[in-house]
Design a protein around this ligand. Structure first.
Ligand code: NAD
Length: 347
């Protein structure tokens, strides 16, 4: 199998924790060089993973002829200038979510990559979780009927930290909803195959006092009429938040607990109701089959890197397209707008 030669821009955070370890496991990837604004972080990551070089500016990394593709995992405000530089250097790009600070920036990023003939994929890696793939398969098979309602919660505890880019919406694009809730927005559409048509949201900061939202809730109406509720917060303790993902259809439900995470795991319960029994005024709820679907867990980041590599090599692959990522961001941006205006938006 051909190996693609990777460079990493923004190597010290999620890249070091998860994505480079995934890259090390990928059959079709080889790490060549890393770059981080913090030179010490770049050097540390280079040593840790045996890369050939470490840089503190992207121009030096992008000047290398032995790099085919870059993974960009810098803070969101750096994404657009770094994508412009990488696309102009004719490198393919796997870009972390959210793509840019605004929908307009993200569209510009997508257009430039298309114009320069470089492939662009976006890092909504939770799609590769074995349980998320399984839930998609079950829902698409019709086993729980027509989807009528979904819920998703993704939260963490994130108190004020001096200088934290995520807490300043002018350089992050948004807080809990843009950073975490956007995964639920992506997954619910991906798993159900439905698309959001209307959005209304609330988002503010009532606990920590930074300008990005530490508390948000979004209501979506989907293109089949299903209702979706998503909440994302930075002000619920990690251990208190259960981060459920729930799908309800006319024949049953799927409830997932602990699958919204960086490591594959969690529990999923499928409940199928025998609708041949008709209306039950007593609501006894005994006519159900409950099972735990079986899956084999893997590494979402390895699958993300392998799939993007296959896409570059022209092989069959599943990637997250810029169009899908821009639509996710449009939902978040619209939810923020409705939180100010109080008026529902047709997407
Ligand atoms: N898919 C996922 O699992 C996941 C998880 C966390 C974060 N993310 C995304 O990854 C991106 C980075 O988030 P993070 O949590 O790693 O942030 P972070 O702040 O933990 O790490 C960012 C790294 O980028 C470096 N950096 C800062 N400015 C830079 C610049 N101009 N050029 C290059 N490097 C620079 C920092 O020194 C740091 O090492 C964001 O887009 C975020 O939304 C994705």
């Amino acid at each position: 199998m051909s190996k693609l030669r990777w460079g990493v821009i923004g190597a010290g955070g999620i890249a070091d924790r998860r994505t480079i370890p995934g890259m090390m496991l990928a059959d079709n990837a080889e790490l060549i060089a890393v770059m981080d604004a913090n030179k010490e972080a770049a050097e540390r990551v280079k040593e840790k993973y045996g890369a050939l070089a470490a840089y503190d500016n992207e121009a030096d990394l992008l000047a290398r002829d032995d790099i085919d593709v870059v993974y960009i995992a810098s803070p969101v405000f750096c994404h657009k200038p770094q994508v412009i530089a990488a696309a102009n250097a004719k490198k393919h790009i796997l870009l972390e979510k959210p793509m840019g600070l605004t929908v307009a920036d993200s569209q510009e990023i997508a257009d430039l990559c298309k114009k320069n003939g470089v492939k662009l994929g976006i890092g909504f890696m939770m799609r590769y979780h074995a349980y998320h793939q399984k839930m998609k398969e079950i829902i698409q098979s019709g086993r729980i009927g027509e989807i009528v309602s979904c819920r998703g919660q993704f939260t963490c505890w994130y108190p004020k930290i001096e200088g934290a880019w995520r807490q300043d919406k002018t350089i992050s694009g948004g807080g809990a909803l843009m950073d975490m809730g956007i995964h639920c927005i992506d997954l619910i559409q991906y798993i159900t195959g439905l698309k959001a048509e209307k959005v209304f949201g609330f988002a503010d900061n009532g606990t920590f006092g930074y300008n990005a939202d530490d508390s948000s809730a979004v209501l979506l109406q989907m293109n089949n009429g299903a209702k979706v509720f998503i909440d994302a917060s930075f002000n619920i303790p990690d251990l208190a938040a259960k981060c459920f993902l729930e799908f309800y259809g006319t024949k049953g439900s799927i409830i997932a607990n602990g699958t919204l995470a960086q490591v594959e795991g969690g529990n999923v319960q499928l409940t199928v109701s025998d609708d041949s029994l008709g209306y039950d005024a007593a609501q006894n709820r005994v006519d159900t089959i409950t099972e735990t679907p079986e899956v084999e867990f893997g590494n979402m980041y390895q699958k993300e890197i392998e799939n993007f590599g296959k896409y570059i090599l022209g092989e069959e692959a599943e990637i997250i397209t810029p169009e899908e990522a821009i639509f996710n961001q449009k939902i978040v941006e619209s939810a923020y707008k409705t939180a100010e205006t109080g008026v529902c938006i047709n997407l």
